[in-house]
Design a protein around this ligand. Structure first.
Ligand code: DUT
Length: 166
């Protein structure tokens, strides 16, 4: 699946949810921005890179990846509302698990990009945030193929959750 197909797959899910919930993408832009912040926080909580006070290890890899793709759903969704069209169809990331401190810095950087996007919802701000989040996958030790596989699985589950009146 290339990037355009990924944005398209998200659009299909969002349209399904919007129809069912009687909302438009523009109306829920702020909600999705906060949802992305919350998911990124949940992700950081599973990664535990900032928990200098604790000896408890990071959560299992599939748990972390599921949190990552929850955030990705909202991020793609925000991009579609802004009518973002990726320049290239491919994603290239360097997959090498980073030291804890670097992971923490990446989370903080993403937080900063979110604040910029909120102040100025431009395609440029979005593009910087999107790239930051893509790079985070590599720092966490995932390949883009890992991300796509987990995304597809959660995307399917999101349809059944809506159908089950979740
Ligand atoms: O317009 C939307 C709304 C939601 N989602 C997806 C994103 C994410 O994959 C999931 C919501 O996250 P999660 O499964 O963590 O939902 P929750 O309501 O926070 O779950 P829980 O109450 O179980 O923590 O729904 C979309 O793709 N588009």
């Amino acid at each position: 699946m290339n990037l355009r197909e990924l944005f398209e797959k998200q659009q299909q899910l969002d349209s399904y949810i919007e129809k069912k919930r009687g909302v438009t993408g523009k109306e829920v832009f702020q909600d999705k921005l906060l949802a992305f912040v919350v998911e990124t926080g949940e992700l950081a909580n599973e990664v535990r890179s900032f928990k200098f006070w604790s000896s408890k290890e990071a959560s299992a890899s599939p748990v972390i990846l599921e949190e990552y793709v929850d955030g990705l759903h909202f991020l793609l969704s925000l991009g579609n509302t802004l009518e973002f069209v990726p320049e290239t169809g491919t994603v290239e990331i360097e997959t090498e698990e980073a030291p804890e401190q670097e992971k923490t810095e990446a989370f903080l950087e993403i937080n900063g990009y979110v604040a910029l996007l909120r102040m100025e919802p431009s395609l440029e701000s979005y593009s910087v945030l999107f790239q930051g989040y893509v790079d985070l996958a590599g720092l966490l030790g995932y390949t883009w193929e890992d991300v796509l596989a987990a995304y597809e699985e959660k995307n399917k589950e999101n349809y059944s959750r809506q159908d089950n009146n979740y």
